[in-house]
Design a protein around this ligand. Sequence first.
Ligand SMILES: [Zn+2]
Length: 108
Amino acid sequence: MMSKFNNGKPYHGSDDVKEGKLQGATDATDYFYFFCPKCDDKEIMRILEYGEHAKKDINQYNVDCKSQAKYGFALAFKLHCEKCGHSDFVKVSNMGWQGGKHSEALSR
Ligand SMILES: [Zn+2]
């Protein structure tokens, strides 16, 4: 059985990952990697664990969109940089608005 994400303790991304400071990219395949926000030259962070942060049967944005999400979800990832020791959290979700440009999302 999988243990509780972050041993059941609170998990919030630090300011180091907010406002566009956490970036990443795919490798040669379709796998996505996060880069350490503290290190130079796109140091890849390990993902130590993930957890389901939220799930909903209905996606609230379906009514506004041509595309239809099958459900709403939010996954949390615990990131760690082997090089500098920085640990952080990030969430990936389809329950926030996903349209327009990134600059508009930052200003909301
Ligand atoms: Zn680092």
